[in-house]
Design a protein around this ligand. Structure first.
Ligand SMILES: *Cc1c(COP(=O)(O)O)cnc(C)c1O
Length: 404
């Protein structure tokens, strides 16, 4: 078996691309990561308990501005536990963004619940509150104090707005609907650590929220995640479920099915070092976005990434929309052209209503997600991207037009 990783797979995990390539989003490890990890090894605290785990939970909670953080093995694990803690039961339905990485839909299914996909709005590509309202008003009814989907008869119990690519969802509209229809709000903030909505931090806008520290995210622990919430009972329950639901530390008594979703002390040590520089990371992302905004403006058929006036985007992954007719090539041809010039780029995710394991649960149309899937392309956005490499990306996009 070949040990050589596929380039696209390596990208997904934030690994370095082949030499000479401008990568999409790779870790930036220039702080105290090594020193902190060495401290774990020197102290023999290498596993799932240790001082860095507690510290990291405190650091992330403080940064988000919530009371509690519970570290997890991944962002997906964080979503699974957050849904359980929020009370999602088997057979229920959960609203979730259609245009998203697949993890939140999978996490809903881990709970035995079903996703109801909601299309994106066209301006900022986030969950469309009008479509949420439409579904809740027209497709649901109240029966004995429970909100039921008219078509399936299933209870609708929660909503997972996914803040994609660094930009927040329009949370006032979504929260108002969640209150009116008594839905728990679980924010998937895995791509938008550091983003703000009307001056409030992403991660504080619902009942509970999740972050990811995968290799391609703003902050990485190699792999990991975090649940954040202000609710002490939910935080305690989350800790309990992520650590095998131990009811007696000595006697191995368990009253619930738990999970081994812990983050190791070594990973947390890396996370603590990363967070020391998060303000620089966010500033770098904003600078990258501004440089793309300037350099790519005025190219016919290239639409730039937006930022709502009510938002401060974290610009995790800078993404453009390519109009095939006006640009002269479609997003996939531009991708191939960039690849030949040793520049990584990638389309957005296949909309989740088309994903084989999830499709068919709910018939609706998703014109915005479907169009963005065809037309959007994410460009190199690593924190460490230097200006000359970025200028090469910009000029290559420009040249692609004349070459098309
Ligand atoms: C990265 C990501 C996650 C979590 O990913 P992990 O790799 O499990 O940490 C969840 N949702 C979205 C939208 C993501 O982009």
């Amino acid at each position: 078996m070949s040990a050589k990783p596929d380039r696209s797979v390596a990208q997904e995990h934030g690994a370095a691309p082949p030499a000479g390539f401008v990568p999409l989003a790779v870790p930036y490890l220039a702080g105290r990561e090594w020193e902190n990890i060495k401290a774990c090894l020197d102290a023999n605290w290498v596993s799932s308990v240790g001082p860095f785990v507690d510290r990291f939970e405190g650091v992330v909670a403080a940064f988000a501005g919530v009371k509690f953080g519970v570290a997890t093995a991944s962002g997906t694990a964080a979503l699974h536990i957050a849904l359980l803690v929020a009370g999602v039961e088997p057979g229920e339905e959960v609203l979730v963004s259609d245009l998203s990485f697949i993890a939140p839909a999978n996490a809903i299914r881990y709970c035995g619940a079903w996703p109801i996909f909601i299309d994106a709005e066209p301006a900022y590509w986030q969950m469309d509150p009008n479509r949420v309202e439409n579904f809740l008003q027209k497709r649901c009814r109240w029966t004995r104090g429970r909100l039921l989907n008219r078509t399936t008869g299933c209870r609708v119990s929660a909503i997972v707005p996914v803040h994609i690519l660094g930009h927040p969802c329009d949370m006032d509209a979504i929260s108002a609907l969640a209150r009116r229809f008594e839905l728990a709000v679980i924010e998937d903030a895995t791509e938008s650590l550091g983003a703000r909505y009307r001056g409030r931090n992403v991660g504080t806008l619902g009942d509970i929220a999740c972050f990811s520290f995968n290799g391609n995210k703003l902050v990485t622990t190699g792999g990991g995640g975090m649940i954040v919430t202000d609710r002490v009972r939910w935080a305690e329950r989350a800790k309990y479920l992520t650590t095998q639901a131990k009811d007696d530390p000595l006697e191995y008594v368990h009253r619930a099915i738990g999970f081994n979703y812990r983050l190791s002390n070594i990973q947390a040590a890396m996370g603590c070092a990363q967070f020391e520089r998060i303000d620089e990371f966010l500033a770098a992302k904003r600078q990258i976005a501004a440089r793309y905004g300037g350099g790519l403006s005025g190219i016919p058929g290239i639409q730039l990434m937006g930022e709502a006036d009510w938002a401060a985007s974290a610009f995790w992954m800078y993404t453009i929309v390519v109009d095939r007719r006006r640009f002269g090539a479609d997003s996939r041809r531009l991708l191939t052209y960039l690849d030949r010039q040793r520049i990584m780029s990638r389309p957005l995710w296949q909309p989740l209503h088309r994903a084989r394991p999830h499709r068919g649960h709910f018939a609706a149309r998703f014109p915005v997600a479907d169009a963005l899937y065809r037309t959007a392309l994410s460009l190199p956005s690593s924190v460490g991207l230097d200006a000359s490499d970025q200028d090469r990306v910009i000029s290559t996009v420009r040249n692609a037009q004349s070459a098309a």
